[in-house]
Design a protein around this ligand. Structure first.
Ligand code: CP3
Length: 354
C-alpha cells in the first residue's frame, strides 16, 4: 500500500500509528482521538481566549501549532492532528464562513444555482489561500521533533458540499439533498470542483510534512447507499487514487452499507463509528485494511472504572493487530480530560494478542 521512501525513512520516537496503518507489527495498539486538538483541554481555551476567536487561531500558524501539540504533551496520544477545520476549503474556494459561538459554522452566501458557482473557484494557488495551514504543519513538526507522526486532513467532497449548499449545520441537510434530485448536474459540477481542490490541498499538506491523512465524511450516513455511491464514494475514490505518498484513512460516518466499497479503495484505514460492529466490519473488510475506532464518545461521561471496562471490552473484540484505537466520532466538548486519560491509559496497558 501507500508508502514513499522519504516517509518510511523518517525516524520517529513513536511510529506505532504508521505501522498499524500499514499492517506491520506493533507492540500495542496506537490511540488518538478525533477532535483532540481543541474542544476539551482548558489549555486550549486559554490559548483561544487570547485571540479574537476560532478563525484567528486556525489562521495563526504559531498558535495552531501550539494547540496541535497540546494533546501529545498533556494526554499522551500516539499522533497529533493539525489544528484546522474542514471549512477552510470552501472558504478558499470563495465562500467565507463565520464560527458562531455555541452554534457552529455560518456561511452568508451559499450555492444553489449555476450562477453561484462563481463562489466555488478552483483556479487559485493553494499556498496563496491556505498557506497558513502548511506553515502550521511545518511549525508543529519542529515542536514535535519526531515524537509522533502528524495527521493532515480534509472534509470529503460530499460533507463539504453539504456546508456549501446548506450554509450551516443541519439535522437533515435537506437543502443539500434536494439538489441531488432537482439539479444533479450542478451537484456533480460542484463535487468535482471540491474534489480537485481537496486533492491539491492534501498534497500540499503532505509536502509540508503531514505523515498520514484522514478524509472526514461526517454526513455520509444521511444518504442512501445508491446516492452515496454516486455523490459520495465516486469523489472519495478520486482522492484516494490521487494520494499515494502517505497512508490514507477514510472515515465515512454512518455509511454501513458502503464499507465494502470503501475497503476496495486505495486506502490503508477505514474509520468505524460506534454504531458499527467491529466483527461485522472486519468480516466485510478482511485483514487487508486497518480499522480505526470505535468507542462511543459518551462512554467518556461514565465513571473511570466503566471507561476502563468498556474500553477493554472494545479491545477484546479486536481479532487482529490491524487497529488504531479512537472514538467512534469526535470527542465531545464537555468531557473531563481525566476520563480521556483513563481511556488512553487502558489502551496503552492492553496486551495485544496478535
Ligand atoms: O481533530 C482535531 O482535533 C483537529 C481539528 C479539527 C477541527 N474540526 C477543529 C474545530 C477537525 C479535524 C475538524 C473537522 C471538522 N469540522 C468536521 C469533521 C469531523 C466531525 O466532527 O464530524 C466537521 C463536520 C467540521 C465543521 C465544524 N467545525 C463544526 C460543525 C463546528 C462547530 C461545532 C463543533 O464541532 O465544535 C466546528 C468548530 C470547530 N472545529 C471547533 C474546533 C476545535 C470548535 C471551535 C471552538 O473552539 O469553539
Amino acid at each position: 500500500m501507500k508508502q514513499t521512501s522519504i516517509f518510511t525513512a523518517m525516524k520517529f520516537e513513536n511510529d506505532l500509528i504508521l505501522r498499524a496503518a500499514r499492517g506491520e507489527s506493533i507492540e500495542r495498539y496506537p490511540v488518538w482521538l478525533m477532535r483532540q486538538a481543541g474542544r476539551i483541554l482548558p489549555e486550549y481555551r486559554a490559548v483561544r481566549s487570547k485571540l479574537s476567536g476560532f478563525k484567528e487561531l486556525v489562521e495563526t500558524p504559531e498558535r495552531a501549532a501550539e494547540v496541535t501539540v497540546q494533546p501529545v504533551d498533556l494526554l499522551g496520544v500516539d499522533a497529533a492532528i493539525i489544528f484546522s477545520d474542514i471549512l477552510v476549503v470552501p472558504e478558499a474556494m470563495g465562500l467565507t464562513y463565520e464560527m458562531i459561538e455555541k452554534k457552529g459554522p455560518w456561511f452568508n452566501q451559499t450555492i444553489s444555482c449555476e450562477e453561484e458557482l462563481k463562489f466555488a473557484q478552483t483556479d487559485f494557488d493553494i499556498e496563496d489561500r491556505l498557506g497558513y495551514v502548511m506553515e502550521a504543519i511545518k511549525l508543529t513538526n519542529k515542536e514535535l521533533g519526531g515524537r509522533v507522526p502528524l495527521i493532515g486532513f480534509a472534509g470529503a467532497p460530499w460533507t463539504i458540499f453539504c456546508y456549501m449548499t446548506e450554509g450551516e449545520g443541519s439535522k437533515t441537510f435537506s437543502k443539500a439533498r434536494k439538489i441531488l434530485y432537482t439539479n444533479p448536474t450542478l451537484a456533480h459540477e460542484l463535487l468535482n470542483r471540491i474534489t480537485e481542490v481537496t486533492i491539491q490541498y492534501l498534497k500540499a499538506q503532505i509536502k509540508a510534512g503531514a505523515h498520514m491523512v484522514q478524509v472526514f465524511d461526517s454526513w455520509a450516513g444521511i444518504l442512501g447507499d445508491v446516492q452515496y455511491a454516486e455523490f459520495g464514494l465516486k469523489y472519495i475514490n478520486k482522492i484516494t487514487e490521487a494520494i499515494n505518498e502517505v497512508p490514507v484513512t477514510l472515515f465515512a460516518k454512518g455509511a454501513y452499507n458502503s464499507v465494502r466499497d470503501l475497503a476496495k479503495m486505495n486506502c490503508n484505514t477505514i474509520g468505524v463509528d460506534w454504531n458499527m460492529k467491529i466483527d461485522d466490519i472486519r468480516n466485510v473488510v478482511g485483514d487487508t485494511r486497518t480499522l480505526q475506532g470505535n468507542l462511543d464518545p459518551c462512554v467518556l461521561y461514565s465513571s473511570h472504572k466503566e471507561v476502563e471496562m468498556l474500553t477493554n471490552n472494545m479491545l477484546d473484540s479486536f481479532k487482529s493487530k490491524r487497529h488504531i484505537v479512537n472514538l467512534g466520532h469526535g470527542v465531545y466538548p464537555d468531557v473531563d480530560p481525566d476520563k480521556v486519560k483513563t481511556f488512553i491509559k487502558t489502551v496503552k496497558n492492553y496486551e495485544i494478542q496478535y
